[in-house]
Design a protein around this ligand. Structure first.
Ligand SMILES: [Zn+2]
Length: 64
């Protein structure tokens, strides 16, 4: 399933299952949390400075 950034629309890649992918667009940089089986897709803006240190995803893909 193609995952696009929910904020800026940039194509982030093809994923299946559950995961978190960071938007590669510098001006955006938000986290997209998705689950392809349910179609869930949440977006977290990059504001929180220590978010990157808390990269504990339960499963799936983590992109940097
Ligand atoms: Zn984006």
């Amino acid at each position: 399933m193609e995952i696009r950034c929910k904020n800026c629309g940039k194509l982030l890649g093809d994923f299946e299952g559950k995961g978190t992918v960071k938007c590669t667009r510098t001006e955006c940089g938000g986290m997209n949390i998705f689950e392809t089986s349910t179609g869930k897709h949440e977006f977290i803006p990059k504001r929180k400075p220590n978010y990157l240190k808390n990269r504990a995803t339960s499963s799936g893909v983590t992109f940097n």
